[in-house]
Design a protein around this ligand. Sequence first.
Ligand SMILES: [Zn+2]
Length: 442
Amino acid sequence: MTEKIHADLMIKGGTVLTMTDGRPIENGAVALNGDTIVFVGTDRDAAGRCTAEKQIDASGCVVMPGLVNGHTHAAMSLFRGIADDLPLEQWLSDYIFPAEKNNLDDDFVYWGTKLACAEMLLGGVTTFCDMYLFEESAARAAKEMGMRGVLGEVLYDFDSPNYGPIDNGFAYTEAFIKKWKDDPLIVPSIQPHALDTCSPDLLVRAREISDTYGVRSIVHVAESKGNVAHVREKYGKSSFAYLDDLGVLNERFVAIHAVWVDAEEIGIMHDRGVSVVTNPESNMKLASGWAPMHNYLERGITVGIGTDGCASNNDLDLFGEMDTLAKLHKVYDADPTHMNARTVTEIATRKGACALGLGDITGTLATGKKADIIVIDFNKPHLTPVYNPYSHLVYAAKSADVRDVVVNGQLLVQNARLTKADPAEIMAKGRELAERVNKSIG
Ligand SMILES: [Zn+2]
């Protein structure tokens, strides 16, 4: 006789996409107990085996793992639309860096991160990776919102508005790692900004901390032609040859962007086990270029997708990002078979989780995994009929189609509304802080 399964919550009746190798399960059921998935299968099998305290009817919906936003600067939600249509270097030096210098503090990052988490949760994102300042406040905000996050304080050679000189930055990061390393939701990391803002010494010290604590080292690499030219001029090498010679590349190294790389560099990335997170809309908006994702996939490099910060996107919508990723690469590669819908959905879930080192925790629906689950309402004209659910997820669904969201067993969005946070309060605070930003940049 099969053992009965007790569940706190069962989501039943929908098409379940596990994002493992299995096919979609029609009339499926996913059950969770506490923070963990305890059953994935058909509704009929669940009826004989599971008793659930609470049920959610997902008829006509797709049930799948929560999306993974592999790179953002969450609190930059408060700089959304502050300056558009400028080259990367001018956008940073004339607007973003001054706005940050004059406004960032714990309160700003706390509310900016809350605003970002509200947007991401409502859009089906259950895990995000954040590089910003005052990251302790970002962690507090993410934790209160109930989101899973891989977070790290941004490090660079010049003084930071948070920690001052870089030595303090390393101390801040180590304290941050020690504080959060056993947290069920917040995963600490070390995040040097980029190759033109971080000295070789900084990058090597970051690798040492990554080794000591076993955390991800996450760095913007080869985002623009300007970045690559800088490395070439200063060190006489390509970006990844330079990083490899420093000895900082390994399976915990995550390269954000990796747009301008050559075949030799892709070989190095593969050999060292480096992961990549692409941010297609940000790269397009800043006219930086596009990452050779098809080549990365062909070499078996682990890839994720991110939105980057709100100031260069200008939203945190992973559905829009997936659609863009697919179409951009078809145009770039002049091949409509590249980046098919199933592959893109994998990048936004399972592969993205693996890139962040969370492959054993999230990114698929399977017994024993943490319960990070989203329900997308396909009972809509623009999602009817359904021949292939992956096709709709990438080419037709919008973040507004997300109906219910569970993170680590907690039902945080129900019927497209946040259950534990008040969006009106968060938005009011955001508008208030934006007034301060406006004054500070004249
Ligand atoms: Zn970024």
